[in-house]
Unconditional design. Structure first.
Length: 551
């Protein structure tokens, strides 16, 4: 006879699960053993939340639901921050969580896991009876695939040990998901075409929902035909930058001063697969005179400033763009639009860094660090950016058209980026991947560098180390508070990485940095580069926000 935990494992395998990230405990050990017997790789982590974030990175890299596992009670509560981050990033995940026995309500590890899941924005499915095993897994994967969010399967220990009484045949959720592209309404397409054709200054903003090779060609064609400016959201920064001289970079607070000036002149914005949240439209300051055409497959998206868009086209990005270009039928905005030599030159100048670097003995200027990394690291290597003051430099100064995964703005949690990088590298077949992170962020989950070393994941962790909580250090100055309270001495992280079985270097000159990066590129292994940076340089977004500078 088949035990429930075996039936659950069979269902996970039928859903295509090939990797599980987690930590074993009483309430999930039988299921994890059954999974190992059936072929998926189990990746043992040092913290349950870290494992879930690795599964998040794996899911983003593969496009399939990531799978994580934890025991009951405290194992579940360890997932809190990672679950909220994944929910905000709209990552499809399935978490197998053991649960205290239904027959022992006084169990010391009892937790109302349904209430917990609701609090951290996670869907919840219970294996409440032996017959529910297959149905619970099918429902969880269906929700993860269709809602693009994490789902917890909560399986009580006593139910797992019971005999499975459900149907023997399992129907994967993939057979229930309608993958037919959403066809846009012709009337909406025509309204959009009319609005665009009547405009003179068009800005096209593309987001994560449009990042697809098939869509790329259509975006470039629309931009050329409308003589428009191309910009991206933070989540797809630098995408298509190599395809047009009229790429303005990120739309929002991370944009350049030139981009802001040009975007304020727009009389039409075409948003494609972008949420148009308050960060993208910079709290309503970027497009004050523009009519908005919004292409997205969601039912409706409300922009960050709360005003309704002028034309919302619900549909698949590729179909919507194809039909929109056809509907325009050669009708283009009057005049040259943004496609003039003057605009092209202004955009080129905006990409050229002209401010002098700060010189301080034993400390690097974070801007010079990022520009050096962008020059040294090939475009084929994906980049992961974390959260915090140090990330501002990378967000604005990395300019090569590489694939970028940004965790900024997704709950504002520090410490997640190196974990995402590990999962991403594995999901891409152990593809070398690099991450730029702060010292406090990296040290928060330092134990997981051991995980990267045990499995040999080729991750390059570049720590922008100012020996402080950088954001709070600069905010303290702005608020007249003591800055030293946010300063925390850091160990030699390069030496720590070496002691943990990986490669490490602590660099204090650009020459040292060039050597360390070169060694990783020559032999990609788990590597930490501790880059000691000055606290005397404030990022452009912070200078705008806390000093009121027009930069």
């Amino acid at each position: 006879m088949t035990k429930v935990y075996e039936a659950l494992a069979d269902a996970f395998v039928a859903e295509g699960t090939s990797a599980v990230f987690g930590m074993m405990g009483d309430a999930n050990m039988h299921w994890m053993s059954a999974m190992a017997e059936r072929g998926p790789e189990l990746y043992d982590v040092r913290h349950e939340g870290s494992g879930l974030t690795m599964a998040d990175g794996w899911a983003r890299a593969t496009g399939s639901p990531g799978v994580a596992s934890t025991t009951c009670g405290p194992g579940v509560t360890q997932l809190a921050t990672a679950l909220v981050c994944a929910a905000r990033a709209r990552t499809p995940l399935v978490v197998f969580a053991g649960e205290a026995p239904l027959t022992d309500p006084g169990d010391s590890q009892y937790l109302d896991q349904r209430k917990f899941a609701d609090a951290v924005e996670c869907e919840f499915v219970s294996v409440s009876a032996p017959s529910r095993a297959h149905a619970a897994v099918q429902e969880a994967f269906f929700l993860a695939r269709t809602k693009s969010r994490p789902v917890m399967i909560s399986a009580p220990m006593d139910v797992q040990q019971a005999e499975f009484t459900g149907a023997a045949e399992y129907v994967p959720s993939t057979e229930l998901v309608d993958t037919t592209p959403v066809t846009p309404a012709p009337r909406r397409i025509q309204e959009a075409a009319d609005l665009i054709a009547g405009s003179e200054r068009v800005v096209i903003v593309v987001g994560k929902g449009a990042r697809d090779p098939e869509v790329a060609e259509l975006v470039v064609r629309l931009q050329e035909e409308t003589r428009g400016l191309l910009a991206t959201t933070l989540q797809v920064t630098n995408w298509l930058r190599d395809r047009t001289p009229y790429h303005a970079g990120i739309a929002g607070g991370y944009g350049t001063k030139t981009a802001h000036e040009l975007m304020r002149e727009a009389d039409c914005v075409i948003a494609i697969g972008a949420s148009l949240n308050q960060y993208t439209i910079w709290h309503g300051r970027l497009f004050p005179k523009a009519g908005i055409v919004h292409l997205d497959r969601a039912e409706q998206v409300v922009p960050g400033d709360g005003r309704p868009v002028d034309c919302y086209v619900r549909g698949d990005a590729r179909l919507s763009l194809e039909q929109l270009i056809t509907a325009l039928d050669g009708r283009v905005p009057a005049g040259a639009g943004y496609h003039t030599p003057v605009v092209a030159e202004r955009l080129r100048e905006a990409k050229t860094f002209e401010e002098p670097f700060h010189h301080e003995p034993g400390r690097l200027d974070p801007r010079e660090v990022v520009l050096t990394l962008d020059r040294l690291i090939p475009e084929r290597l994906p980049l992961v950016l974390g959260s915090g003051h140090q990330t501002d430099f990378g967000t604005m100064l990395f300019s090569r058209p590489r694939e970028v995964v940004s965790n900024y703005g997704l709950f504002g949690a520090i410490g997640q980026a190196p974990l995402l990088t590990m999962g991403w590298a594995l999901g891409r077949g152990n593809q070398p991947t690099f991450v730029v992170e702060g010292d406090a962020s990296f040290i928060m989950h330092l134990a997981e560098f051991d995980t990267a070393c045990r499995y040999g994941w080729p991750v390059l962790i570049l720590v922008m180390n100012d020996e402080a909580l950088g954001a709070e250090y600069h905010k303290s100055e702005a608020h007249g508070l003591r800055q030293d309270l946010s300063a925390i001495r850091s160990p030699d992280l390069g030496a720590v990485a070496t002691a943990m079985g990986g490669h490490g270097a602590t660099v204090r000159t650009i020459g040292d940095l060039e050597k360390a990066v070169g060694e990783f590129l020559g032999d990609p292994k788990p590597t930490v580069v501790d880059m000691r940076i000055t606290r005397e340089v404030m990022s452009v977004p912070f200078r705008r926000l806390w000093r009121g500078e027009e930069v």
